[in-house]
Design a protein around this ligand. Structure first.
Ligand code: ADP
Ligand code: MP5
Ligand code: MG
Length: 569
């Protein structure tokens, strides 16, 4: 068993970590046998040492943890060693975006800066070798890199520096994308690099990902025109030392599928996906390799990593089919699947203002059914009558129907500049790109909804107490709904807070408040008459939607509210 003295000596090196060297079986066994509650992950690195995080004091009494290190969470980390693409479709920029999309941290060592766009590469400036070495050391000596991914390596010395540095700072896996020529035909690493690739870099790689041209160049110009040729190439490249070879067939002629061949020295995997018809394929290779690295960093085996990466590229290409960036033949794609909604919508979501809560219309599917109206017709009438915000509260609709209705309502709301919120169903709100959600105390917590929806969406929370109002604020909500103010049939078993309860919550709330529950034309004046500054309006269900004419009732309520000095101003 390891002694207390042994650990103490190790602690001198770094007070946040314990280094045990060498990591032989007994050291591993010792760690596994330690009974430390909530022991953070133990990272095994090569065979050289075991890094054990969170443990500090070792003694005869046992082990205790360092408090400052307790909260640290290991994040999967890819280091990309590649060239910068000013057009940001390939290279370092693609790697950063692909890793972000795959939820992995990505650090960068830049080997060259290219002046590049969708037409081609207009210029290349290599980063001085010493400075590539300096970047490598900066990252690897400090950060816990799991996987290194290489792209453009423009000189023999840079390849050698990289390989030597990796011997000094070993990582879990090395992914090599042997970039040589851009899709536009411009040279990024000349043929003189080939022998260094073959002799020094490839033998260290866990996986290499050449495209057809690169595979051919590494194999002295071998012709690659069929899937069988790709298999032969994969086998020959495997003989050069990498543990796995992925020959990519994005440029395979006359193929209706995008076919890649993965070979691990024993088995071939033929990976096929539909070929997406698009000009936006600039950077597919870089993104594929980065995604493979990201999945390996998470701990997945090579075959799963490659399958996920291929599916990722396929999805991103499909999503980005028609986006138009640049005027050249090869455009970039949208790695994060987020660019389209903004540019396509003629009526964008506008920022939330507390005054939107003035006349808040909440739909109810049963009432609409009773009066034989569609949700969209009901919403249109409420907006025409003066509703300033709409919430769809469809408790018993089928999801598919609900989504279709929500899309129809969103079109109406957007064209009138009225925000549309979805009650409870964050998934439906995301699917139709609604303006936000309203959640109750037993629905998804506001902080979780915020994470899913992003910073610009509106989140409202139902609150009955000052404590709940405080929590809503902490959770990142935009407003609270307080009630029921009066008894109502819309919500069963709902306790009433009354005007006093409403006032108490309003006084305590840091967020604007809308009052809800049994409010209509007859009592809206009394509610707003409370005169508390952050009470901004009333939310109404039956008084609008359980009536013959939604338009007439909304107009009436609107004029009552106008006469009641809303917001205490
Ligand atoms: N039009 C496309 N549709 C679907 N997948 C594609 C398409 N073009 C390339 N791919 C895929 O993108 C990845 C990168 O391949 P490729 O374009 O051949 O590499 P590179 O960008 O290095 O030339 C591969 O998995 C390939 O199958
Ligand atoms: C800096 C840099 N690195 C790599 C590529 C290859 O990408 P692609 O083959 O998709 O053009 C590139 N064009 N630029
Ligand atoms: Mg490509």
């Amino acid at each position: 068993m390891a002694s207390a003295a042994f650990f103490s000596t190790c602690l001198l090196a770094n007070k946040n970590y314990v280094f045990l060297a060498p990591a032989n079986a007994s050291a591993k066994g010792y760690i596994n046998n330690l009974r430390v509650p909530n022991l953070p992950s133990i990272v095994l690195r090569n065979e050289r040492f075991v890094r054990l995080r969170g443990l500090v004091a070792m003694g005869d009494e046992g082990a205790s943890k360092v408090s400052e290190d307790d909260s640290r969470m290991k994040i999967p980390h890819v280091l990309t060693v590649a060239g910068s693409d000013s057009g940001a479709g390939a290279g370092i920029q693609a790697d950063l975006k692909a890793c972000a999309a795959r939820r992995v941290y990505c650090s960068t060592v830049i080997t060259a800066v290219t002046a590049q766009n969708t037409v081609g590469v207009q210029g290349v400036s290599n980063v001085p070798e010493d400075f590539v070495a300096e970047q490598l050391k900066s990252v690897l000596s400090d950060m816990e890199v799991d996987v290194v991914k290489t792209g453009m390596l423009p000189s023999i010395s840079i390849v050698k520096i990289l390989c030597n540095t990796l011997r000094e700072f070993p990582v879990q896996a090395l992914v090599v994308d042997p970039v040589m020529v851009s899709t536009s035909g411009d040279v990024l690493a000349g043929p003189s690099i080939l022998s260094t690739f073959r002799e020094v870099l490839l033998p260290m790689a866990d996986i290499i990902t050449p495209n057809l041209k690169e595979a051919s160049a590494l194999l002295n110009g071998m012709q690659l025109e069929t899937v069988d040729d790709m298999r032969s190439a994969a086998r020959l490249l495997h003989n050069m030392g990498p543990k796995n070879v992925l020959v990519k067939g994005g440029d395979l002629p006359d193929s209706s599928d995008a076919v890649d061949i993965l070979y691990d020295g024993l088995n071939f995997h033929e990976l096929r996906s539909p070929r997406i018809r698009t000009r936006n394929t600039h950077g597919t290779g870089c993104s594929l390799a980065s995604c493979i690295a990201a999945e390996l960093a998470k701990g997945y085996p090579v075959v799963s990593a490659v399958k996920v990466a291929k599916r990722y590229v396929e999805t991103a290409l499909g999503y980005s089919k028609e986006i138009g960036i640049g005027n050249g033949p090869q455009g970039p794609f949208d790695h994060l699947l987020r660019l389209k909604s903004h540019s396509q919508d003629c009526h964008r979501q506008r920022p939330f203002s507390p005054s939107d809560l003035f006349l808040y219309a909440v739909t109810d599917s049963r009432m609409n059914k009773r009066w034989g109206r569609s949700i969209a017709d009901a919403v249109k009438a409420a907006i025409d009558g003066g509703a300033t915000i709409v919430q769809l509260r469809e408790k018993d609709a089928e999801t598919k129907d609900f989504l279709e209705s929500a899309k129809a309502c969103l079109r109406i709301c957007r064209s009138h500049g009225v925000p549309l919120l979805i009650n409870d169903r964050v998934d439906v709100a995301i699917a139709c790109d609604a303006d936000g959600v309203h959640v109750g105390q037993s629905d998804m917590p506001a902080h979780a909804a915020r994470t899913l929806l992003g910073p610009e969406k509106i989140i409202g929370v139902s609150c009955k107490t000052p404590e709940q109002a405080q929590q809503a604020w902490v959770d990142g909500a935009d407003y609270i709904g307080c009630g029921g103010v009066y008894p109502t049939n819309t919500k069963e078993n709902n306790t009433t807070v009354g005007l006093d309860g409403l006032k108490t919550v309003c006084m305590a709330s840091k967020l604007p408040v809308v009052a809800i529950g049994g409010i209509g034309v007859s009592n809206a004046g009394a509610v707003m008459g409370l005169g508390v500054p952050n009470l901004k309006g009333v939310a109404v269900v039956s008084a609008l939607f359980d009536r013959e004419s939604i338009l007439t009732e909304t107009k009436k309520l609107h004029s009552v509210l106008l006469g009641s000095n809303v917001g205490g101003t």
